[in-house]
Design a protein. Structure first.
Length: 159
């Protein structure tokens, strides 16, 4: 007689998440109120559903994060400094907050303060090697370059 495999709801949820979140990234620009869901294959915004939120926040994932700081030089050209973070052990999305904050603070310290206009990040709940141009375009779509610096080095959003 053949033995039946035991039903494991955690394994089923992880399999569902792996397939549902393929080619999906979460992006955030701190000047905006919410994070956005992005389809990496079409480089477009996706609607956020309750089931997607549960898959992202309710399971541990091996996160790959691209953090960036954006600036405008004295010629008016936009530029970006970035860093990739790879999480070795799967973590909940909520556990990533402190890691992201620490790395963003360090990146901003290394950035020319008079040029800084915004920061942002992109994260995938799976291993991904980020291409700088792809990440720049996605963060631009989220509005990372819609900020400017005033004479007092205050960052203001330009609609």
């Amino acid at each position: 007689m053949r033995k039946r495999k035991k039903y494991n709801p955690l394994k089923q949820a992880q399999t569902l998440a792996k397939h549902s979140l393929r080619n999906t990234a979460i992006g955030c620009i701190p000047g905006h109120t919410e994070c956005q869901l992005l389809d990496l294959s079409s480089q477009s915004l996706m609607p956020i559903t309750n089931s997607t939120v549960k898959l992202i926040t309710g399971l541990r994932h091996p996160w790959s994060v691209f953090i960036a700081a954006f600036g405008v030089d004295h010629n008016g050209d936009h530029y970006m400094k970035s860093k990739e973070i790879f999480v070795q052990d799967p973590q909940f999305q909520s556990e990533m907050v402190e890691t992201l904050n620490t790395h963003h603070v360090q990146l901003c310290k290394e950035f020319n303060a008079s040029h800084l206009i915004s920061v942002g990040w992109l994260a995938t709940p799976y291993k991904k090697d980020w291409q700088e141009e792809e990440a720049f375009n996605l963060l631009d779509k989220l509005g990372a370059l819609q900020f400017s610096s005033s004479n007092d080095n205050e960052v203001v959003e330009t609609q």
